[in-house]
Design a protein around this ligand. Structure first.
Ligand code: GLU
Length: 571
């Protein structure tokens, strides 16, 4: 082990002043990382403290590119984005692709496209064009290998990391033994085989080319407690870390734990918002930050979105079982993105709903999201009915032209047939979508773009099918119905004002023994067969084949005289 030939002269000089242990650690670090790595000092200079106003929050989302964007990820992105922007801070995207087994082709694009669609493009990191922006990159962990290695090398040098040559079988055997002895399982203390391995043995193993990983040498004890203050969950007591966890895998990439500490430090994250499954890793992360004498960021561990399942039980939204766990579900169904975003705002801060009622015209970004008001450990509940209500409200507030554009855009991806129909006559369809739109009693019958084709099917003149009168319930017989329709055909004119139009229907109602309005009918029920509504229903059914539609007067105006007459003579 005294062979220092690998070391440059000045390093050999400095070795002289070291203890044998320090010397051996230095040599081991050189042996494990012979490559030319950036120095820690140069890295700390390359990533200077951010110059931001006081109180500015630097947040990030750090998805693993699995090809699946979970709605929980979008929820986290929204919260991170709002908090950073509310404080004039920075919200960035870091791609955590250190688990290359899980990496899927095109998965980064799924992340960047989804964020873009929901208006949550990051300030730094990869954008939809695949290009990174920001001075704290690279923002993809697989491109930061050398950075991690520099810091791991440093840990080896100071005796806080070491190679471990244990095979899967050996670790399994240790685990079994721990179970038999009923002691805490894991790689720690006496169970950590290579923690204090003889340097000669280590050297020998390395010479033999034995595969290894690198572990952190913990100085903690499971008997001690750390007190930690979570921004969301409050003060929490956790046992100190005592596990010598893996920090560098055999593929040369770090584990999540290690990369988190290095990246969030160098990239200047002030607030780590992440899933509460990471809460138990706090003692390890704290120990790692301390080993480098880095300041720990603040943490908020966020409870996952839940749902009530078929059996009435509450559980986490599952990627496997619940289609709505995948953010693409909302796009495929054609929910307006803003409705999904506002729904997530509701989940994040329940007072958002009242704010929205009081400020119907403001952008959601004007709402001050409060971290403290996020749901506690129980986690919010995904409620499709609530989402649908918000979507209906949002769609009701849209202009017909915008609605046309949105439906067309959705159809071009998911319903080419409807796209063709819409493109044939944009002006006509904009008129269709203008019915009952604007003002405060806008129609609220559309929840998502995928419903529009069916809801407005009777406007498609080429495909209108003769209404099925056998499904129509009325106290009038077929002859009377026919007679009402033909009388109406004789008198109606599309030049009539809506009042005049109504007058004509009332007149027919009276001819057939119906009251001209509900008030008259209610006063003297015995004298009438019913009221004008029942006669109007007959005309509605003849014109649309439906018993429930938006305003019939407007429908007829849009359909035009020729089409209305055609339909009135179908019976
Ligand atoms: N890549 C980690 C995950 O997907 C990120 C956790 C974090 O935000 O720190 O769970």
């Amino acid at each position: 082990m005294e062979n220092n030939n690998n070391l440059p002269l000045n390093e050999q000089e400095s070795l002289k002043e070291l203890t044998p242990e320090q010397k051996s650690n230095r040599q081991l670090a050189e042996r494990l990382f012979p490559e030319d790595l950036p120095s820690i000092e140069s890295l700390l200079t390359r990533y200077p403290d951010r110059e931001l106003p006081k109180g500015a929050m630097v947040t990030r989302i750090a998805p693993s590119p699995t090809g699946f964007m979970h709605i929980g990820g979008m929820y986290m992105a929204l919260i991170s984005c709002r908090l950073a922007h509310q404080t004039n801070g920075v919200y960035y995207l870091r791609i955590e692709d250190t688990d290359q087994k899980r990496e899927v082709e095109g998965a980064r694009k799924v992340v960047t496209d989804s964020l873009h669609k929901f208006g949550l493009d990051p300030d730094e990191g990869e954008g939809i064009n695949g290009v990174e922006k920001g001075a704290y990159g690279p923002y993809r962990q697989s491109e930061r290998k050398d950075i991690y290695k520099s810091f791991i090398k440093h840990l080896v040098e100071i005796g806080r990391a070491y190679p471990c040559f244990c095979s899967e079988e050996e670790l399994e055997a240790t685990h079994k033994k721990q179970e038999e002895l009923n002691v805490k399982s894991g790689y720690y203390g006496v169970w950590a085989k290579y923690r204090n391995a003889d340097p000669n043995i280590v050297e020998e193993m390395l010479n033999q080319g034995k595969p290894y990983i690198i572990r952190f040498k913990s100085l903690g004890s499971n008997e001690n407690k750390i007190v930690y203050n979570d921004l969301l969950k409050g003060q929490i007591e956790l046992p100190e870390n005592d596990l010598d966890l893996v920090i560098l895998k055999s593929d040369g990439l770090p584990t999540y734990h290690f990369a988190h500490v290095i990246d969030d430090h160098l990239m200047g994250t002030t607030h780590v918002l992440r899933g509460d499954e990471w809460l138990s890793s706090i003692p390890l992360h704290r120990e790692l930050f301390k080993a480098f004498e880095f300041k720990c960021p603040e943490y908020a561990h966020i409870a996952p979105i839940n749902k009530i399942d078929e059996s009435g039980g509450k559980r986490k939204l599952s990627k496997r079982k619940d289609p709505e766990a995948n953010i693409s579900f909302f796009g495929e169904n054609g929910y307006p993105e803003v409705a999904v975003v506002e729904y997530l705002m509701n989940l994040a801060n329940s007072n958002f709903e009242d704010w929205r009622k009081a400020n119907p015209d403001k952008l959601y970004t004007e709402f001050q999201l409060a971290l403290k008001k996020l749901p506690d450990s129980a986690g919010p509940l995904f409620d499709r009915v609530k989402l649908n209500d918000i979507a209906k409200e949002k769609i009701a507030g849209m202009k017909a032209e915008d609605l046309y554009a949105k439906v067309l855009d959705w159809s071009s991806k998911y319903d080419p047939d409807f796209k063709e129909i819409l493109e044939k006559d944009p002006e006509y369809w904009i008129k269709v979508f203008s019915i009952d739109r604007g003002g405060n009693k806008s129609r609220k019958d559309i929840t998502m773009w995928s419903e529009v084709k069916e809801i407005s099917a009777f406007f498609n003149k080429d495909r209108f099918i003769e209404p099925d009168w056998s499904s129509f319930t009325s106290k009038l017989n077929t002859d009377e119905i026919k007679s009402i329709i033909s009388q109406y055909d004789l008198v109606f004119s599309l030049d009539d004002s809506s009042d005049k139009w109504m007058e004509k229907i009332k007149q027919i109602a009276v001819n057939f023994g119906f009251a001209p309005d509900t008030k008259t009918y209610k006063k003297n029920k015995e004298s009438f067969r019913g009221h004008v509504g029942e006669v109007a229903q007959i005309i509605r059914f003849a014109i649309t084949g439906r018993t429930q539609t938006p305003d019939l007067y407007q429908i007829m105006q849009v359909l035009g005289e020729e089409e209305c007459r055609k339909r009135l003579t179908l019976i």
